[in-house]
Design a protein around this ligand. Structure first.
Ligand SMILES: [Zn+2]
Length: 365
């Protein structure tokens, strides 16, 4: 695991400037309780007190990731939407839809989102927050998120909305993170495709999450040995420390399904970079500041401060360029990759500096 360090006798982040600014990038979430059309009431058990614990848990996780993201629950209250008798109209028509198993689930999700955007008062839709709706999913323990291109998040009002790692997993999708097992296959013993889920004979791990530092994963693998065998054809105990760490990054990953067996959610450095690029580019309306990547080892063409060295618009080469790009006001983060930035400088505006992937030093030859 890489945790941010800074070599100026400072902790994970230094913050410079006026005391009115925050050292975090705030992501606003607006959370709606869809009312039962049969009773006009919330789903049993759905309460502000429970969701406030979920928010605390999510912010603890984000704090541990060291990238400066924190969630702000708008109003600190669930917004009731829909009402008695709305079986065919309004938000309550979606109260009990199983968006996963219903044949029209995808279309109904899109319809829900379009109706909400077009009727923001009725649906409690916020143009400046992540919109999360608590529904019943027909009693199933599903949750559904939108990748960039669409927006709505649907979580169930039982195990879903009350579990911090579950809601943060959905917010991970919102910021363009795929499952670690994306592209996995289930096969019969003769290698034909199998549709019997985790009762199939063979599981082939998937690696299509577009993340370099996550190895293959499968949602039917149930322990670290399964992950080790699927990637290296060895048991976990027989792997090198480097390979064990690679297995652990999957086993503990927020975007895997292994959290159903335990509860130590983790995002890798590359996953956090992808989240950050998405927050910067896809989702400007729901956040305060943005992150500017600086990497001494990169020589990106036409650098604009995104994460990827290999593409046009990648990280800045010098800390000074990152500082210059940050808006004054203290809501932006300059994120330094490891190295010695021999750049004596005077910073005259409020901003936060963070180091990621290892030590960064400024102004030391
Ligand atoms: Zn998911």
């Amino acid at each position: 695991m890489h945790f941010p360090r800074f070599l100026l006798s400072l902790s994970a982040a230094i913050w410079l400037g006026a005391a009115t600014a925050s050292a975090d990038i705030t992501v606003r979430i607006s959370v709606k309780a869809v009312l039962n059309p049969a009773t006009g009431n919330r789903q049993a058990g759905v309460s502000e007190m429970t969701f406030s614990n979920t928010v605390v848990g999510m912010n603890d996780m984000l704090q541990s990731y060291g990238r400066g993201y924190q969630l702000q629950w708008v109003g600190n209250a669930l917004v009731n939407v829909g009402g008695l008798g709305q079986f065919l109209t309004g938000p309550s028509r979606y109260y009990d839809v199983d968006f996963v198993n219903d044949d029209n689930g995808d279309a109904l999700k899109d319809q829900f989102e379009a109706n909400a955007i077009n009727n923001p008062g009725t649906y409690g839709w916020s143009a400046s927050a992540v919109n999360i709706y608590i529904v019943r999913f027909g009693g199933a323990n599903w949750n559904v998120c939108s990748f960039p291109g669409s927006q709505i998040i649907l979580i169930n009002g039982a195990a879903g909305y009350s579990t911090a790692r579950t809601v943060l997993h959905e917010i991970g999708h919102y910021f363009n993170l795929s499952h670690t097992f994306n592209g996995r296959q289930n096969l019969n013993a003769n290698n034909t495709a199998c549709t019997n889920g985790c009762n199939c004979a063979k599981f082939v791990g998937g690696g299509d999450d577009k993340i370099d530092d996550t190895i293959l994963d499968h949602d039917c693998w149930t322990d670290q040995n399964d992950i080790a065998q699927g990637n290296y054809s060895l048991n976990y105990a027989n792997l090198s420390a480097t390979r064990q760490a690679a297995v652990d990054r999957i086993w503990n990953n927020l975007m895997s399904y292994h959290g159903r067996q335990h509860d130590t959610p983790f995002l890798t450095s590359d996953q956090l970079d992808r989240w950050t690029d998405s927050a910067n580019g896809d989702r400007p309306g729901v956040r305060t500041g943005r992150t500017w990547f600086v990497d001494r080892a990169c020589s990106a063409l036409a650098a604009t401060g995104n994460s990827d060295c290999a593409v046009i618009g990648g990280p800045f080469h010098t800390a000074a360029l990152g500082v210059a790009a940050a808006k004054s006001g203290g809501q932006d983060i300059v994120l330094l990759r490891p190295g010695n930035y021999n750049e004596p400088m005077t910073i005259t505006k409020a901003l936060t500096m963070r180091a990621t992937r290892g030590n960064a030093t400024i102004g030391k030859p």
